[in-house]
Design a protein around this ligand. Structure first.
Ligand SMILES: [Zn+2]
Length: 213
């Protein structure tokens, strides 16, 4: 069966941030959920490089055979993502993440231990991180490790920003030299803001007038 895959944003600069950006218009009254099904979660993990093609197909097959298992994994993933998002919004605004959000992240870390494996690839020794075989660890482990690395690095944390778009709320690492990145994407929120500024200048309408009209 040919499935139409959802498209996701990859502007975060870290796996854990891209995962939090699976909600569109995060600050809007009605944000858009991009992980609406177990299939969406598998598609995200595959597009992120966490799962290869054959593992994705196998997990989808299992999810179809035992829908409750897929639903449970999706629920765990969304709960974890929302805690991550709140934690990164907090640090982007110079606040400490709440204990309850750190508890959610720590609880997942405890269930997704890392194992290291040395192998030879193209005559070079490489050290790979692998998780345990449990689906939860396979899907969410790499995201949890990425979050732990970022939240544990005071230098990287100072670079976490939220998009300045009115409703966007996506988070990313500002890796510009002069710390000037404001938008998730210049071609998206950046150009919308530019068009709005241009319209206001041209019509002489203030933001307040526009909001009322
Ligand atoms: Zn944005």
């Amino acid at each position: 069966m040919q499935m139409v895959e959802p498209t996701f944003g990859w502007i975060g600069g870290a796996l854990c941030l891209d995962f939090t950006n699976t909600v569109s218009n995060h600050r809007a009254i009605r944000p858009g959920e991009k992980l609406g099904s177990f299939e969406d979660l598998i598609a995200w993990c595959r597009q992120a490089g966490i799962l290869d093609e054959s593992t994705s197909i196998e997990l989808l097959r299992q999810g179809t055979m035992v829908p409750a298992q897929g639903e449970r994994l999706l629920h765990v993933a969304v709960h974890f993502r929302d805690a991550l998002y709140r934690a990164f919004c907090d640090v982007s605004e110079d606040r400490q993440p709440s204990k309850s959000d750190l508890d959610v992240i720590n609880s997942l870390l405890a269930r997704t231990p890392i194992t290291l494996q040395l192998s030879v690839e193209r005559e070079r020794l490489v050290c790979l991180r692998t998780g345990c075989a449990l689906d939860e660890a396979r899907l969410l482990g790499p995201i949890a490790w990425s979050a732990a690395e970022l939240l544990g690095s005071s230098e990287s944390l100072t670079k976490v920003r939220q998009c300045a778009g009115e409703e966007c709320g996506w988070v990313f690492l500002d890796l510009t030299k002069n710390h000037s990145r404001r938008w998730c994407d210049m071609n998206d929120c950046g150009s919308k803001a530019k068009a709005k500024r241009y319209y206001r200048k041209k019509t002489g309408r203030s933001e307040e007038t526009e909001t009322r009209s």
